[in-house]
Write a protein that binds this ligand. Structure first.
Ligand code: DC
Length: 249
């Protein structure tokens, strides 16, 4: 590992993407969104007509996925299947609903973990997911485990849905959040759990900016990293993209 790697793991809805993006911008690191990789392979299987309840078929289907990702300092991570940019297409509810079939398959995890570690070889990375600190980068320079109560995450999600005019009750959203937690935590390989040496951050009552700033402080103190001023336009663009993305989930 030739440079610093910061891992950020936690359940969905804890605000990982926004925070990881802000940290990457402040520290001048690349940002890796590993959830997007699982989403892309799920989309590939869906497009290929794979029977998602058949792990063997999924393992076979991903051989032709030709997945590639493009990391940058400012923009979101771009994801492609062959020549097709699927960065936006992986954010549909249909993909979200089907991910667990694909993320549970050992061959999928091996394929993506290998890709993630290759990307990590160059260091200078903030990587976000469920298993980054525990399994993919056990020697990361700094590990963060982020969480917020299911109620807070459901409230945030419910407000977003309401703003879009989607008529779902808070109870339904809470049930959905709890179901995803159950699937993410129960996953035999790469299940969501805190690494023993991870710093725990409760994001329930804090703004993304505050959480990002506490991670940046840790990086400065522990890793002696330098910070940079965030370009206001890049920050605004990152915010808008995250907002769009949350709307689509
Ligand atoms: O972060 P996200 O919501 O885009 O992730 C989508 C799903 O992908 C998530 O429910 C579980 C799976 N995932 C995983 O199994 N391992 C990771 N490192 C990242 C995501």
């Amino acid at each position: 590992m030739s440079g610093n790697i910061i891992t950020i793991d936690g359940p969905s809805g804890a605000g990982k993407s926004t925070i990881a993006r802000l940290v990457a911008l402040r520290l001048g690191l690349r940002y890796l969104d590993t959830g997007a990789m699982y989403r892309a392979l799920t989309l590939h299987c869906m497009l290929a007509g794979t029977h998602l309840d058949n792990p063997k078929e999924i393992a076979e289907a991903i051989k032709s996925a030709d997945l590639s990702v493009e990391l940058s300092l400012h923009g979101p991570m771009r994801v492609a299947l062959g020549d097709n940019d699927v960065t936006e297409k992986i954010r549909t509810q249909e993909v979200t609903r089907n991910i667990h079939y694909v993320a549970d398959v050992m061959e999928v995890r091996n394929y993506l973990v290998e890709m993630q570690r290759k990307i990590g070889e160059a260091g200078n990375l903030v990587t976000e997911g469920r298993d980054q600190g525990t399994f993919v980068f056990p020697n990361a320079s700094l590990k963060v485990y982020m969480f917020a109560t299911p109620e807070v995450r459901a409230r945030r999600r419910h407000a977003e849905l309401k703003a879009r005019g989607t008529d779902t009750s808070y109870e339904e959203v809470l049930e959905d959040v709890s179901k995803r937690d159950y699937l993410d935590m129960g996953r035999e390989l790469g299940g969501l759990k805190k690494a023993l040496d991870a710093v725990e951050l409760d994001t329930s009552e804090l703004s993304p900016e505050d959480v990002a700033e506490s991670i940046v402080k840790l990086a400065k103190n522990r890793l002696k990293m330098q910070t940079r001023k965030i370009d206001k336009n890049a920050l605004e663009a990152a915010r808008r993209e995250d907002e769009e993305r949350r709307k689509q989930k």
